[in-house]
Design a binder for this molecule. Structure first.
Ligand code: C2E
Ligand code: MG
Ligand code: MG
Length: 457
């Protein structure tokens, strides 16, 4: 049988090489792709295990890239990635390093190095190189208007039972820390940082099994209407306990849940639990649930919430979602669409911890929040005239935009009196009530039932 053109049994070696190169190359940037870099990583790792040749793994993420794409279009987005890739390639050429595209807007550099200082130097060079390109990025809202990168680096270190994935995990932790410190900066993995410790890995593992093993629960804190004095709503706050009963503070486990994506399941669990524990039997009128922006940008979030409402028979108007700007401060079109879908279900959207982050003001412009919760730090600063003036200014700003105002952290009678004087709508804090389990909000049985209960059998 005559062989088909181009399919001779014996492939010419150049063609084989070309195919191999193709399968190892990222088509957009021409850098090595993830497959090739993973192989390189395995080689570096085995050299480190066998000969002690230390190396660094450096992850590089283009800051606010989604926003760049939204603003300038995908073609320009691609062009930006190519320019960054070229600049990064130039920046590492004097080091013993290789570079690859690790995914979307993430790049990776692997470099044989001897000291931590060398790693820091290379990571810093990478960061500054991109900054020096001065590519315009005018839509970011953090006061910078050029393309920058966040850089997380990890260096091989002697550890018992260490695995290959560990160094990437550590670089990822460092990258997260760089983003959390405002982006456009470099972080080296620090084993002593509690967020990157083994403890945080334990918590991450715990979160995966938390709902099925009953390690997670909700407590509720009352929210009082200042003029009527009535408890109008409660806020659901998540609690996590380890298998030995020790509790893990939300300030530790919520960021881990957000980072690992566990927040998605936990979030659905929280909404369902709130419905079952308090709303189905009308124990309270409204429950507010904290929802992280990561949940809002997950495709299908609003539909899943609608399904929970349908399954429990609870009306959307009985729920409020509190949103805090966290690491994810980009308010992109996906999030805005999700918020509008949630509003269609009748769910109210509140802005939590107003005044603490970078983006609060721009969020106020974009979203019609039902209620704005002013962070407790502003109330706690009210002991000085300057602090009091600051709180009044914030109240004026929020009121003029027509939102209801809730002040958090009311701990004393004097603070409550001040809130009355400032005509605040709602208050929350230890003085009004501490977070408590659902049962404390279950109304006592009607009087005649109580009488019957007391009667001897
Ligand atoms: P947050 O939503 O601002 O919740 C209020 C926090 O302030 C709670 O801490 C509450 O116990 C505390 N607090 C209330 N009143 C007072 C007061 O008078 N004085 C002081 N000093 N503190 C007061 P908690 O429960 O530790 O929660 C911390 C944060 O964790 C929450 O802040 C929220 O951002 C996050 N969080 C809690 N539960 C969830 C959840 O189910 N999902 C998500 N995504 N985040 C949650
Ligand atoms: Mg809250
Ligand atoms: Mg709050």
């Amino acid at each position: 049988m005559p062989s088909k053109p181009g399919f001779s049994k014996k492939r010419p070696p150049e063609r084989g090489d070309a195919l191999l190169r193709l399968s190892n190359t990222d088509p957009l940037t021409g850098l090595e792709n993830r497959r090739a870099i993973d192989q390189r990583l395995r080689d570096h790792w085995s050299d480190w295990q066998k000969h002690g040749t230390s190396f660094a793994a450096i992850l590089i993420d283009v800051d606010f890239f989604k926003k760049y794409n939204d603003c300038y279009g995908h073609q320009e987005g691609d062009r930006c990635l190519i320019l960054v890739a070229d600049a990064l390639t130039d920046s590492i050429c004097s080091y013993n390093a290789s570079i690859g595209r690790y995914g979307g807007e993430e790049f990776i550099v692997l470099a044989r190095m001897e000291t931590k200082e060398q790693v820091a130097d290379l990571a810093e060079t990478i960061c500054r190189t991109v900054q020096n390109m001065a590519l315009l990025h005018e839509q970011r809202r953090d006061g910078i208007s050029i393309v920058t990168v966040s850089v997380g680096a990890a260096f091989t270190r002697n550890q018992a039972g260490s695995k290959l994935e560990k160094i990437i995990h550590e670089a990822d932790r460092a990258l997260y820390a760089a983003k959390a410190s405002g982006r456009n900066c470099v972080k080296l993995f620090d084993p002593n940082d509690p967020q990157s410790s083994d403890e945080s890995e334990n918590v991450a593992a715990l979160l995966k099994i938390a709902t099925t093993q009953n390690l997670v629960s909700l407590v509720y804190q009352p929210i009082r209407n200042v003029s009527s004095g009535r408890v109008e709503a409660v806020e659901a706050l998540m609690r996590l306990t380890m298998q030995d009963g020790t509790s893990v503070p939300p300030s530790l486990f919520i960021p881990i849940a957000e980072r690992t994506g566990a927040i998605l399941n936990l979030g659905y669990w929280a909404i369902r639990t709130v419905c079952h524990e308090l709303l189905v039997d009308n124990h309270v009128r409204v429950v507010s649930v904290n929802v992280s922006p990561i949940q809002l940008k997950t495709p299908g979030f609003a539909t899943s919430v609608a399904a929970i409402l349908g399954e429990t028979g609870v009306a959307g108007g009985r729920l409020a979602f509190e949103i805090t700007e966290g690491l994810e401060m980009e308010m992109n079109s996906d999030i805005l669409r999700c918020i509008s879908d949630l509003k269609m279900l009748g769910i109210r959207i509140w802005l939590d911890d107003f005044g603490t982050g970078f983006a609060g003001l721009s969020w106020l412009r974009l979203i019609d929040f039902d209620t704005v919760k002013i962070d407790r730090s502003f109330l706690h600063d009210c002991s000085t005239p300057r602090g009091q003036a600051m709180l009044q200014d914030i109240i004026g700003l929020v009121r003029n935009r027509g939102h209801k105002i809730l002040v958090e952290g009311v701990e004393t009678d004097e603070q409550l009196a001040l809130m009355r004087e400032f005509r605040i709508d709602q208050v929350q804090g230890f003085h009004v009530g501490r977070p408590a389990p659902a049962e404390s909000f279950h109304s006592p049985p009607p009087v005649d039932t109580q009488a019957r209960l007391r009667r001897p059998a």
